[in-house]
Write a protein that binds this ligand. Structure first.
Ligand code: NDP
Length: 487
């Protein structure tokens, strides 16, 4: 057993070296499609490990930020090339660690490569403006300063793309980084960090410490040498991070949950809307913060839409995401499966009608994994738990409405405001939706899940700390503006 552990063991990356935690303990990462398979062992680190990594990041800061952003971008181009050459290996690790299908994992890894190249190029873009001064002998302009050491706390649902879309801009804008990846997907994170290591970053510029969120995440919140914290994950953890960061004056950025609606109006292309609902609701087993979870349909087309939706669900192939032809993999973990099943139970208890799925799959190829059927409820009332809380699983709540006004009232009647989609051919309805929908991502005739790396990403209401990630928006978090007056 100990030989097997040694072969599959991943260490922390601190100050340019792979080092074991001082605790001597490891965490197991298991395959959710076959819980007998251990994908790897990662360090169960302590606060001391995290503090060591912050020391390294602080030590590297001065020389890293003194380089030009163009030079920093060159390092990101190298990481992109290395990751691209390992795309298969990284994607396979992702599928085995958290269950999304291999084609999706490959798509995400390719996205990671593209994000690295995008931010490498951002190193050549302008970072300030010249502003006319009232004094005609003065030069008034803005420039940007890096924050310093940035703590990056990431979830398991996009284990390559999310760490990269936080680390790449942090680095190109002159910050040094400590990554604490989700424990569920820490092996995938280690493989990404190997690419950073091989790109030859100066020691300490990029670090990774694995271990429980309650210990390592908390140590990031508490460490006074971390100047900014960027987080994606649950609302509960996000609020804790926001409060902790605020209390010691650190900058923070939180991307959290969603309860994303799709509205299907009487003049919609129904087939298109059905495909988008299937894809938005069930790809990645519904475990995307932008996943569709509420389906608000005009009464006049409700039956037709429902019939087509249920027909398409029957075509979904479920199984181990490593196998060809599988469209939907397992839930990422046993606890995620149990959460989803408890929401399904709540839906039944509160009086919604289960019209598809609803059960855990346990026989034959499903025996050792955490599989659940694609699930649909109808007669869902807006105040029911399954219409209000983020489920993060393949569960849709169907609701019937008589008008776009009613649809918008229901769509906005939740705490969240991440992504929202509408299907209509009526331009007035499109514009009303753009104006009145309370969401950071507005999608017209397209599924709720779907982001472009060059555009700002983030939510309204409880979905975020009201900042934006990705695209050029990232500069706002990872730098501070300096206003300069020279006479
Ligand atoms: P968490 O918010 O618990 O985890 C996200 C990250 O925060 C992980 O790296 C985690 O570490 C870390 N963390 C956990 N506890 C703390 C803490 N006390 N202080 C600082 N960091 C901490 O989300 P889960 O992974 O548990 O998922 C739970 C729910 O969150 C999901 O069901 C879903 O609703 C939502 N979620 C939303 C996501 C989104 O993209 N909006 C992404 C993932 C989840 P560790 O892994 O070690 O616990």
């Amino acid at each position: 057993m100990s030989v097997e552990i040694e072969q599959k063991k991943y260490r922390n990356f601190i100050n340019g070296e792979w080092v074991p935690s001082n605790t001597g303990e490891v965490l197991e990462s298991r395959n959710p499609a076959d819980a007998d398979e251990v994908v790897g062992y990662v360090q169960k680190s302590s606060k001391k490990d995290l503090d060591d990594s912050v020391k390294a990041a602080k030590g590297a800061l001065r020389s890293w930020k003194k380089r030009s952003s163009v030079e920093r971008g060159q390092y990101l181009y190298k990481v992109a090339d290395i990751l691209e050459s390992r795309l298969d290996e990284v994607a396979e690790t992702m599928t085995r660690e958290m269950g999304k299908t291999l084609p999706e994992a490959m798509g995400e890894t390719a996205r990671g490569v593209a994000i690295l190249r995008y931010y490498a190029g951002e190193g050549m873009h302008k970072i300030g403006d010249v502003i006319p001064s009232t004094d005609n002998r003065a030069l008034l302009y803005t420039t940007r300063a890096s924050l310093g050491v940035v703590g990056v706390i990431t979830p398991w649902n996009f284990p390559v793309a999310i760490p990269i879309w936080k680390m790449a801009p942090a680095l190109v804008y002159g910050n040094t980084v400590v990554l604490k990846p989700a424990s569920e997907t820490a092996v995938t994170a280690a493989k990404v960090l190997q690419c950073f290591q091989e790109a030859g970053f100066p020691s300490g510029a990029v670090n990774m410490v694995t271990g429980p969120g309650s210990v390592i995440g908390q140590a990031i919140i508490d460490n006074k040498d971390i100047n900014g914290i960027t987080f994606t994950g649950s609302n509960e953890t996000g609020k804790r991070i926001g409060q902790g960061a605020l209390a010691r004056g650190a900058k923070y950025q939180l991307e959290m949950g969603g309860k994303n609606p799709v509205i299907v109006l009487e003049d919609a292309d129904i087939d298109l809307a059905v495909e988008a609902t299937i894809s938005g609701g069930f790809r990645s087993t519904g475990q995307k913060c932008t996943a569709t979870s509420r389906v608000i349909v005009h009464r006049s087309i409700y039956d037709q839409f429902k019939e087509k939706l249920l027909y398409r669900i029957d075509e979904i192939t479920i199984g181990d995401g490593m196998n060809e032809g599988i469209w939907m993999g397992p839930c990422a973990s046993e606890s995620q499966l149990n959460t989803i099943l408890s929401y399904i139970q709540k839906g039944k208890e509160e009086g919604a009608t289960l019209i598809k799925g609803g059960k855990q799959l346990t026989d034959g190829p499903f025996e050792k994994g955490y599989f659940v059927e694609p699930t649909v409820f109808e007669h869902v009332k807006p105040e029911m738990t399954i219409a209000q809380e983020e489920i993060f699983g393949p569960v849709l709540a169907l609701m019937k409405v008589d008008s776009i006004e009613e649809a918008l009232t229901i769509a906005n009647d939740v705490e969240y405001g991440l992504s929202a989609s509408i299907f209509t051919t009526n331009i007035q309805h499109m514009l009303s939706f753009v104006d009145d929908m309370e969401a950071g991502l507005i999608r017209v005739n397209a599924e709720s899940a779907g982001v472009e790396l060059q555009a700002p990403f983030g939510g309204m209401k409880q979905s975020s700390s009201h900042s934006r990630e990705q695209g050029q928006a990232a500069i706002e978090f990872f730098t501070s503006i300096k206003t300069v007056f020279i006479k």
